[in-house]
Design a protein around this ligand. Structure first.
Ligand code: AHG
Ligand code: MN
Ligand code: MN
Ligand code: MN
Length: 334
């Protein structure tokens, strides 16, 4: 039986990777892990505790909030507030930044951007959902941290990760030194290292896109989809089409098996649907650290200017060779 290594042990063992972090980042990751276990408990029994369905409210995105969106949001904010290592939380579910201004948090070094529950439309149908988080160091050196401390480019991220509440619950994260995956062992209530040094295959045979919007896709995307569907044994085409509707689930599958996920501009989402700060930047950091590629069809996601909290962007993300091929079709169509 291989030696169990818990998330806590792993974080401490790798703390030396961050000389400037005197344990704060480790404690911050621990706080996130705790909140993930609490949310996991509710996700796993949502149907039994009236946690399904809509909350009756609408968020800044114009989406009907699910009860679990709100519950997860509250749990992560509470865990970050009590942990004292974070001064601001930026959340999909909050129009403005949330100042964690307790005596301790006011002087904390870290900013956390979060999608507390990704894939909300899948909650009531028992399909995998997740949480996405992104961690920055505040840039301001005096007074209270501000929105400017949040609107940093993705390249500035100190850490990023996701939790997938699926057939098993996993926490996958990077601090810029590769990607490691931990599986929750409910019998001991610990995330245990199960996928050390995750690497996304350089190519794959799965493409993931909501083809319901095909009519309004940019020509380059239409051409790439047709390329995926053409018979060609030498490049293992036609590829398989897989689309879960939870970015987390689609990207985690592609991390393991290889593949490309595309959410381009559509008629309903002229800037794309997915949010840069708490979906695209963290997932792009993770995918790049695993050897993959993430762009908006032209430009690296992590280098995009961040102008507003809920800014959206098109995203082409996954196996490096597949994203490069899709970019070729985008360039040819220009
Ligand atoms: P969220 O549930 O956090 O709002 O995110 C949902 C996102 C993402 O998870 C998924 O890939 C995408 O919305 C699905 O959008 P469509 O239903 O338009 O395909
Ligand atoms: Mn949402
Ligand atoms: Mn989301
Ligand atoms: Mn969400």
């Amino acid at each position: 039986m291989a030696q169990i290594k818990t998330l806590g042990q792993f974080i401490i063992e790798n703390q030396a990777d961050h000389p400037y972090a005197k344990g704060e980042l480790s404690r911050l990751l621990r706080d996130i892990g705790i909140a993930a276990k609490i949310v996991n408990r509710e996700v796993n029994k949502a149907g039994l505790v009236d946690m399904l369905g809509q909350a009756g409210s609408t968020n800044i995105q114009g989406e009907n909030q699910q009860k679990l969106d709100i519950y997860a949001n509250e749990q992560f904010i509470a865990a970050l507030k009590s942990g004292g290592e974070c001064c601001i939380v930026a959340s999909e579910e909050n129009e403005e930044i949330v100042m964690l201004d307790t005596d301790v948090s006011l002087h904390a070094k870290y900013i956390v951007a979060i999608d507390p529950l990704d894939g909300s439309s899948n909650i009531d149908v028992n399909v995998s959902v997740g949480t996405i988080f992104s961690i920055y160091r505040r840039q301001s050196t005096s007074g209270r941290a501000t929105l400017d401390d949040v609107l940093q480019k993705g390249v500035n991220q100190v850490a990023a990760g996701y939790v997938i509440y699926g057939t098993s619950t996993m926490l996958v994260y990077t601090t810029g030194k590769g990607v490691n995956g931990f599986t929750l062992d409910p019998s001991i209530g610990e995330f245990c290292l199960s996928h050390p040094n995750m690497q996304i295959p350089k190519t794959g045979i799965i493409y993931s896109i909501n083809e319901g919007y095909y009519v309004h896709f940019p020509q380059g995307v239409k051409s790439y989809i047709k390329y995926c569907q053409v018979e060609d044994d030498s490049t293992h085409r036609p590829y398989s089409s897989r689309y879960v509707g939870s970015m987390i689930a689609d990207l985690h599958r592609n991390m393991i098996k290889g593949g490309i996920f595309i959410y381009p501009v559509t008629a309903a989402a002229p800037d794309g649907k997915l949010r840069l700060v708490y979906e695209c930047n963290p997932m792009s950091f993770i995918i790049e650290q695993a050897g993959g590629r993430a762009t908006n069809g032209k430009k690296r996601i992590l280098e995009l200017d961040v102008r507003s909290l809920h800014q959206r962007t098109p995203i082409f993300i996954g196996s490096e060779q597949m994203v490069l091929k899709a970019e070729e079709f985008m360039a040819d169509a220009d």
